[in-house]
Structures are given as C-alpha cells and as structure tokens.
Design a protein around this ligand. Structure first.
Ligand SMILES: [Zn+2]
Length: 254
C-alpha cells in the first residue's frame, strides 16, 4: 500500500490568516517515491524577491525558510531528493510550484488544461518557477472515475494507480489527487477548498477570497459542491485534505 507522509513545505502569513500551510504529501511504497505539490522551494528561499517579486510576497504572505521545503523534508526522511522521480501538481500557482526547480529530474504530472494555462503566460503564474524546464507530463484524457467525477490515471509504478481528479475553477486545470489506500482513498483537494469548514459552511467568509482568486468561479463552486457530496456520502471510504488549512495539517501530523 502507498504510504502517505504529510509535510508542510512553507508558510504563508497574512494579517487575517497568520498560519497558512503548504500541505504536501510524500508518497512512498518500497523504494518508489512521489511528491504531491512542491511547496515553496529552496531556490525561492535563496532569491525571494528576484523570483517572486516583493508585491506578490506581500500580497500572499510568502515566507521563506530552506528548512521548510519539500527538498529538506525528503532529506530528513532519508530520501535523496535528486532521486525523486515524480511530482504530481494540483496546479501551478507559485505556492505549489516553487519547489519544482529543486527537482529538475522529476516528471511533473499535471492536467493538460493547467499546462495550457501556464503556457498562455497567465498573470497568476511565476515564470521563474518554470525557467529550469520542468519535465511536464500532461494528462488530457479521462480514463477513470472517482465517485461520480471523471478522472485521469497516473501510472507511476505504484501497486495501484493514482488518479488526477479534475476540480477545475481555482485555476483552469486545477485537479485533486486521489491516492488509493487498499479499498479506501485519500484525496488531496489542493485549493478546491482553502479551509475544510467550507465543506459544511456554505457561506464561509473565506469564500470571498476563493472567489477572487478563481479563474472560473462558477466551475470552482461546482467542484466544491462535488467535494461536499463526496464528503457526505462517502466519508467512510474517502479521507480528504486541502493544502492551506493549518488545523487540518495539525490533525494529520500530531
Ligand atoms: Zn494555494
């Protein structure tokens, strides 16, 4: 079975939300490894303003600490970061893709829609995150199903296939990542919700921020509604986490 390691790969700190996580996963089965999202990276910590610009740093509350990166957290677990073969990216925003440059050897699995959005030069992305030439491995075809949603298989060599689950809206190609756990599933929803409370509170105040940050707010709300349905109807077989909810991250790590 694929073992899940919850790590925080960076902190965002804003006056309203002083503790926002970058909750990534290290997947491990035997000597096979993969990373779900790449967090804020070592390269970002070396040159924050040069890579991200002061305006974005202030706006999103980026903080930089090389010890709080996926690269270091792999090392701390005895895994050589330069042997990491696969990164699965929910989407390419800078708080998720900053770490890509630390793993230039890794294949980067992402939806075709997200890669297209990156390649249009959309303002939300930080081009420095991709200057090293990531080994993009885009997925375009729905060839699986996840509790009523179309999904895309990622045959990475694990004993069971991981799925990219389109949860579009936050970005044009934003996806969740479903990791099989025997006959159960773990679903990393990325930024399809910011706070888990959005699953039960239809008018959570953070919804305003989520709406502003969405490429397609209607699609975002539709994706969120699917997650509410899955949480309601399949809680016994699907465990979820998001990327930014500190209370959720603490629950998985303490
Ligand atoms: Zn994010």
């Amino acid at each position: 079975m694929i073992e899940l390691n919850h790590i925080n790969a960076g902190w965002l700190r804003t006056p309203v939300h002083p503790e926002i996580t970058c909750h990534c996963l290290i997947l491990r089965e035997g000597d096979q490894f993969a990373l779900v999202d790449a967090g804020i990276g070592v390269k970002d910590a070396e040159d924050p303003v040069g890579r991200l610009g002061q305006q974005l740093i202030d706006l999103a509350g980026f903080t930089f600490d090389a010890d709080e990166t996926a690269f270091r957290k792999l090392e701390q677990r005895g895994i050589n970061p330069l042997r990491l073969g696969d990164i699965i990216l929910t989407h390419a925003d800078p708080d998720h893709a900053g770490g890509l440059a630390d793993f230039p050897q890794a294949r980067v699995h992402v939806s075709q829609e997200e890669l297209d959005n990156v390649n249009t030069g959309h303002w939300r992305y930080v081009t420095a995150n991709f200057a090293h030439g990531p080994k993009w491995t885009p997925r375009a075809i729905n060839d699986a199903e996840f509790f009523g949603l179309p999904a895309r298989r990622l045959p990475l060599g694990f004993s069971q296939d991981i799925l990219l689950v389109p949860l579009f809206g936050h970005t044009q190609g934003h996806c969740g990542v479903a990791i099989p756990q025997g006959d159960r599933w773990f679903l990393h929803v990325g930024d399809a919700y910011y706070l888990k409370a959005e699953l039960t509170d239809l008018h959570h105040p953070v919804d305003q921020l989520a709406a502003v940050r969405a490429d397609d707010n209607e699609a975002r709300l539709e994706s969120l509604e699917h997650l509410r349905r899955i949480a309601r109807e399949h809680a016994e077989v699907v465990t979820m986490c998001g990327y930014h909810d500190v209370t959720e991250w603490r629950a998985f790590t303490e």
